[in-house]
Design a protein around this ligand. Structure first.
Ligand code: CMP
Length: 139
């Protein structure tokens, strides 16, 4: 499925703000097919592991704290050219720079609490999808 999947998380602040349904609706209307989905709360250790590539970044500690602060929705999405399609669909990391109408522009709060995560490469999509889902949980 390389090239056809991406992993997204609806982040804790978007869930807390009651935006889960609106974001899922928009994703589906955008032509992304849900392959797998879970509602869960990451432990600190799990958030550290998920964002391990950012361990040297100054925001890593705060990011781990935030991502383990409440439940998230983790989802594998399927679409042709999924990585690029989803990244342009959600908009820039910083919601203030995200194009109008994108998920981060609509629902993001700031550069950290930016409503959703999207995988940045096919390779990472496969790693991130395996972090949350077994083969039996994908349809
Ligand atoms: P995400 O797409 O999940 O990938 C890494 C996350 O780190 C990013 O979204 C933001 O939540 C966070 N992030 C990236 N850059 C910064 C930054 N400059 N300051 C704070 N958080 C950041």
């Amino acid at each position: 499925m390389a090239g056809k999947i991406t992993l997204t998380m609806i982040k804790p602040e978007a869930v807390r703000n009651g935006n889960t349904g609106k974001i899922l609706d928009k994703i589906i209307e955008g032509g992304f097919r849900i392959v797998a989905m879970k509602y869960l709360k990451l432990t600190r250790a799990q958030a550290e592991q998920f964002y391990f590539v950012h361990r040297e970044r100054p925001f890593y500690k705060d990011l781990v704290e935030f991502m383990s602060s409440g439940p998230i929705v983790a989802t594998i999405l399927h679409k042709d050219n999924a990585i690029e399609a989803y990244r342009s669909f959600i908009g820039s990391t910083n919601p203030k720079e995200a194009a109008p109408g994108t998920i981060r522009a609509l629902y993001g709060t700031n550069i950290q609490e930016n409503a959703v995560h999207g995988s940045d490469s096919d390779e990472n999509a496969i790693i991130e999808a395996a972090f949350f889902f077994s083969a039996l949980e994908r349809f």
